[in-house]
Design a protein around this ligand. Sequence first.
Ligand code: FEO
Length: 386
Amino acid sequence: MKAIEIKKDVYWVGGIDWDLRNFHGYLTQRGSTYNSYLIVDEKVVLIDNVKHYLFDELIARISKVIDPSKIDYIIQNHIEMDHSGTLPKIKKLCPNAKVLASPKGIEGLQKHYKMDWDYQIVKSGDVLNIGQRNIHFVQTPMVHWPDNMVSYCPEEKILFSNDAFGQHIASSERFDKDYPFNILIEEAKKYYANIVLPYSRQVEKALDIVDTLNVEIICPSHGLIWQKHIPKIMAEYRKWSSNTVKNFALIIYDTMWKSTEKMAYMIQETFEEKEITTKICNLQHTHISDVMTDILCAKYICVGSPTLNNNILPTVAAFLTYLQGLAPKKRIGLAFGSYGWGGQSVGIVEESLRKCGFEMLSQIRLQYIPDEQVLNDEQEKLNKQI
Ligand code: FEO
C-alpha cells in the first residue's frame, strides 16, 4: 500500500473500494475510492478519511510516510461515513489530534460517534497555519450535506473539494491525465446527476468561490485528482448546475405485454423525425442511476407505464421517486401508457412529473394493443406539440 505524493509532502493516502457496486441505490459499476490526504509540515494534517472497512489500507498508506500518532489535525470536510467512518479508530492512534469541521460538521460528528474529542469549529474565512503552509476553509453547505466545506492550501494551490468534482471510479491511477478522459467525464456526470443535482444552486455559489482561488490541483474525495482537465470539469459543473439541457428526448418505460413499448418506439420516432436526438431506456434493463446520467442534459423526459392493479409498474414507481428527489429543473415531460380497463397509470405518471415542476405535453393513453392507425394518429398529435 503506497502513499502517492501529489506535491512535496502532500500525499494521497485513501482507500480503493474495488468491489463497490451499490452506493445507496446508485449503481457504481467502476467501484470507488475514498480519498484521504496527508500534509506533512511543522504540523501533520489528515484531510478526510475512508469507509470503516478500509481502515487498514488507510493506516498502511499513512505509515509509509509518517507514524500515524504524529497527526496533529484531522480535518473533516464532510462527515458522511464514507469520509469519517474510520475517525474513531484513527483517534485511538493519535489521541491528541484536534478534529476540525464546520459547525454542522462538529454537531454531526458528536451525534454520529458520541465521542468527546478535542474539536475545533472552523468557518468560511478561517485559516489554520501548519508551518510553511496555511489551510483556508470555505463552507459549502449542501454540497452534499449541510456540514460540507472545502479546504484550500494557497501555497500549493490545491483545493481539497470533498464530494464536489468526485467520480465513483476505483483505479490505481490517481491523476486525471492518466485515465481515459471520456470515462472520467462520464463518471463525473453520473456522480453529479445522482448525488449533487438537487443542490445545484449551492453548487453555483461554490463555483463562484472556487473561481476566486488560484487552483492548480483539485483533490476530490472520490475518484481521480483533477489537474490537467480543471477548466473542463469547471465548465461542465457550470453547465450541469445551471440545468442547461440539449435538444434531447429520453423515453423511459417499462412494459407488460409490449403495448407501452410500442408507444415508446412511436414517441421515439416522432422526436427523431423532428431532428431531436433520442434515447430509449427500458427500466427492466437500464438502472435508474444510469437513466439519471442522461437526464442531466435531456430537455424532454417521457415516462411510460401500463396500468397494473390500478397503479403503475414498480420499476417506474421507483424511477419516479428517485427522479423527484434529484429534482432536475427546466424539463418538458410526457406521460404515456397502455391499459386494459382501469387505466390509472398515465395519470399517476403525469402527476409525478408535474410534481417535478415539468411543463407537460399531452398525455398518451391507449387501451389494449394499439394498432398502426392508432399509433399514427397519436404520432400526428405529438408532432404538433414539439
Ligand atoms: Fe462522499 Fe457525501 O459523501
